[in-house]
Design a protein around this ligand. Sequence first.
Ligand code: PGA
Length: 238
Amino acid sequence: MIIAANFKANHTRESTAAYLEALNLFLDACPTSCDVRVYPSASSFLRADLYSHVKLGAQNFYPVINGAYTGETSSQHLDEFGIKNVLIGHSERRVILNETQDITAKKYAFAKERGWEIIYCIGEPKYIRDNGFEAVMEYLWSEFEGIDIDYEKFSVAYEPIWAIGTGVSAKIQDIAEVLDALKKRFATAPLLYGGSVKVENLSSILSIRSCSGVLIGNAALDAANFCKLIQTAQNVQK
Ligand code: PGA
């Protein structure tokens, strides 16, 4: 099971270091079978090999080794920290930062070429959800345009846009329906859910047959709460 924390534009380098220290100590004392990942902001990257029980990842990068791309984070920047895990296609990048499917697919191809582990995010806006399941799936499939779904190091995170950061998670039945449909096409890729995951709803989300993990924002910002989430996940029998 993958339990991933997306810090977004939260935490400083100092607080990220304290968080990871606490998390790693917790995992040392309470071993878990979960694949625990943390995605800090680029200005808070720390050496990935400092934390034996946690995989450090990047929330974003620009698909170049280096060069004249003002303000961007290149693969050299990730390599310096030994980071081999990335998020691609998060709705906040697609919607707020106007990233197209074309640039999203370029990032995916670049990450794949480097053998990085990818959590590929997809999710529909509210007006699509209001049109029902068929409309949702049509929207979600369009977010796979140009994506090599046979890549063995990719997971999919289904994150309905209207459920992200709102405190209102999607209904279990709706998550299950989408993940089951994805499962038919991606037999081996782990399927995650994201969108207002918290201690109170984690067990029922992870109990969904096709769900192999979660991507968590708000509820993972506090290290002690993230540890609680990992412990809760550990107790879910699959
Ligand atoms: P949230 O964010 O848990 O705060 O809803 C999830 C995400 O955007 O990955």
